[in-house]
Ligand binder design. Structure first.
Ligand SMILES: N[C@@H](CCC(=O)N[C@@H](CS)C(=O)NCC(=O)O)C(=O)O
Ligand SMILES: [Fe+2]
Length: 305
């Protein structure tokens, strides 16, 4: 069967030399998340990928230091933001997309299968009828193989489920923002035990990305600083992952991967911010509506996760 989305992504990468995207990474140490600003150097059109809203669970306070760093960079470079791109509904940090959108304009977008995620978490949080669950909280939903441009940069969307059902990767020029599929070679892959996650599906998604040209640059969504390394890093290549990824290097079979992934997932604690994150991120990063006293509340489902 021909994979036309992947073929488009591959030929785009080969042709990318003319419009190499400019990429700036912002690492948020409290959540180990990497936010990217990607821009076209000719037109200065840009996208923000996977932004972070600071959230202190003890006080319930949000703040904006991570987002302010992105704002300062966008201003300094004179960029125009077309998109706030999410790779998935994150379970470990709140998105700052609505805050950045209010300051910078641009549309908030995620993969079309977010509706599955909205259904699951809408139920878990007993969200009312104000929560539509049809993706309409987002400005745009991508499907596999969608192509668009950021200035002169070509972008191809790849659906890469497994960590969550809605995960997508953005191929921008010769750079792929892989979301939570794989991590740096010495850390491996993302967990597959969230609702709708699946280790076998994750393996297939990772293999799909790893069939892109070897020189393709890969940008991670997280780095967890494995033992033996002193610095956080988030950029690698298809070739390096194929050679050395501790979970999915060349030669690891699908069945071997599934056994390893499922065993490892049983040992992992829930992310520190999963409950606040998913009920906000299922709404594209908007907080639930304030109650009649003007205060916004986040829910904690007891013994339900
Ligand atoms: N310690 C982190 C862990 C977050 C976590 O579970 N991250 C997911 C991605 S959203 C993952 O795939 N982790 C892989 C691992 O921890 O091995 C936290 O509490 O936020
Ligand atoms: Fe994630």
């Amino acid at each position: 069967m021909t994979d036309s989305a992947l073929a488009a992504a591959s030929s785009q990468i080969s042709a990318a030399q003319a419009g190499i995207p400019q990429i700036k990474a912002f690492f948020d140490e409290p959540t180990f998340t990497v936010t990217y600003v990607v821009h076209d150097p000719e037109s200065l059109r840009a996208a923000v990928i996977d932004s972070v809203l600071d959230y202190d669970p003890a006080s319930g306070r949000t703040s904006f230091s991570a987002a302010e760093a992105v704002l300062a960079y966008v201003e300094e470079k004179g960029l125009s933001i077309d998109w706030h791109l999410e790779t998935h509904a994150h379970a470990d940090h709140l998105s700052a997309a609505p805050y950045l959108q209010q300051k910078l304009g641009g549309k908030i977008a995620i993969g079309e299968h977010i509706v599955t995620v909205q259904e699951t978490f809408g139920k878990l949080f007993n969200a009312g009828t104000d929560f539509e669950r049809d993706g309409s909280d987002f400005d745009h939903l991508w499907k596999d193989g969608d192509r668009f441009r950021i200035g002169n940069l070509d972008v191809t969307v790849l659906h890469v489920p497994g960590h969550t059902p809605a995960c997508i990767a953005y191929v921008i020029g010769d750079a792929v923002f892989v979301g939570d599929t794989m991590f740096m070679p010495d850390y491996g892959t993302a967990r597959a035990d969230f609702p709708g996650g699946d280790a076998r599906t994750l393996y297939r998604s990772a293999m799909r990305l790893l069939s892109l040209p070897p020189e393709t640059r890969l940008f991670m969504c997280h780095d967890y600083l494995p033992e033996g390394r002193k610095d956080y890093v988030w950029e690698t290549t298809v070739e390096a992952e194929c050679e050395a990824n501790v979970h999915i290097h060349d030669g690891v079979s699908e069945d071997e991967f599934v056994v390893m992934r499922e065993a490892r997932d049983k040992t992992l604690a829930m992310p520190r911010l999963i409950l606040p994150s998913v009920q906000v991120n299922m709404r594209a990063g908007h907080l639930p509506p304030a109650e009649d006293n003007g205060v916004t509340y986040l829910k904690i489902p007891v013994n339900a996760v």
